[in-house]
Every structure is written in C-alpha cells, then in structure tokens.
Design a protein around this ligand. Structure first.
Ligand code: 5GP
Length: 194
C-alpha cells in the first residue's frame, strides 16, 4: 500500500537493528484515515472468505482491526495481555513472547466470544517472528475449534521468520507493507501483498 509505505518512510524510526518505531501513526498516536485505508484493503481481500469475527491483540492491533470489522460487518475481539477481574468466564489462553518488550505475556480471550462455527480474520500491527499470530491461531483453532481464514498485517518485517513459519502451516497472509531490510538508517521495501 503506497500511502502506508510513504507514512513509514516519513515517520518511521529504526530504533534497534530490527525494530521500527511508528508511534506517530500506529503505535501511540493513531492516524484514523490511514487505518481506515488499511482496513479497506483487508476487508476487500477477505470479502469472500465468510469472516464472522476479526481478532487482534491489544493495543496496537485494535485500530486497524476495528475498522476492518466494521467494513465486514462483524464483531472485533481483542486478546487481553493482562487478565482482568471482569474476565471470570472460561478463557482461551496462549503464552506469547513479546518481540519488542522481551517478556512473555499470557494473552486471553473469553471462550464465549469465539465458537466452533466462527471463521476468523486475524489482524495485527507487525509481523516479526510470528509469535503473536501463532498464539492467536492456537487459541482460535486448537482451543476454540474455530477456523482462521487468514491474517492481515499492517507492517511485516520480511527479514524475520514469521511469514515462513505461518505459511509453512498453511496460513494465508496479507501484508500491506513488507520491509526487506534496514540499510544505513533507510528502509528497503519488498513487494507487499496489497
Ligand atoms: P512477533 O510475535 O511476530 O514476533 O511480533 C509481533 C508483535 O511484536 C506485534 O504485535 C508488535 O506489537 C510487536 N513488534 C514486532 N516487531 C516490531 C517492530 O519492529 N516495531 C514495533 N513497534 N512493534 C513490533
């Protein structure tokens, strides 16, 4: 997506050899028009997939996931990173190692929000090693016995192994921007999926 690549070039900061900071439009301040444009593409790509739920992880996946869910006219569910006192129902859970925080989070979704007849579109802000998406797939497919129709990613770091891990397991991925590498403080893009 050209306008997303332009935003990454304009506002992105490479803060570690493999970490991109995009807090001006995605991870802290959020650009609603850009998120809506991302959602348009996700919704278009998965319009024929029979999606019944859009699932993401708090917090940065919520903006693109919510707009996508609105366009597909289905609910959006976000996995929580901390169990809340209000979550007293049975839960789906997974341990996810956070690439940026270098800690392991137990993510949770109440069981009643995903059932065996759901067809789920997973949306996330970044794809790096694929841990977050793998955890969600485990919760949705193995635990809830629902089906994951695909994964929509705003920014994929194509030099990390997440995509291969997921594709080797038969997962369809639509990444709106794909970063091939960081060279001397510059971002080199690979061909995106949309
Ligand atoms: P993975 O689970 O694929 O290794 O990492 C994906 C998760 O880590 C995303 O949900 C995102 O929150 C975070 N993440 C991974 N790489 C980056 C990055 O370069 N920048 C930012 N801001 N977040 C990242």
């Amino acid at each position: 997506m050209k306008e997303l690549e332009q935003a990454i070039e304009t506002f992105g900061h490479i803060i570690e050899p493999d970490i991109l900071k995009v807090d001006a439009f995605l991870n802290h301040q959020v650009n609603p028009k850009l998120m809506r444009a991302c959602a348009n593409t996700f919704a278009q790509k998965f319009s024929q997939a029979g999606i019944t739920k859009v699932v993401t992880i708090e917090s940065s996946g919520i903006a693109p996931a919510l707009y996508t869910a609105e366009l597909l006219d289905v609910p959006m569910v976000f996995a929580r990173k901390k169990a809340s006192v209000t979550m007293n129902e049975e839960v789906l859970q997974a341990e996810v190692f956070s690439f940026t925080k270098k800690t392991t989070n137990r993510i949770s979704i109440e069981k009643r929000f995903i059932s065996a007849d759901d067809t789920v579109l997973i949306i996330d802000d970044f794809l790096a090693n694929g841990q977050a998406v793998t955890g969600l797939i485990d919760m949705i497919e193995t635990q809830a016995k629902a089906r994951v129709a695909g994964v929509g990613i705003v920014i994929e770091k194509a030099f990390q192994p997440g995509r291969k891990l997921l594709e080797d397991n038969g997962v369809t991925i639509v990444s709106l921007a794909r970063i091939q590498e960081f060279v001397d403080g510059h971002i080199v893009f690979a061909q995106a999926d949309a």
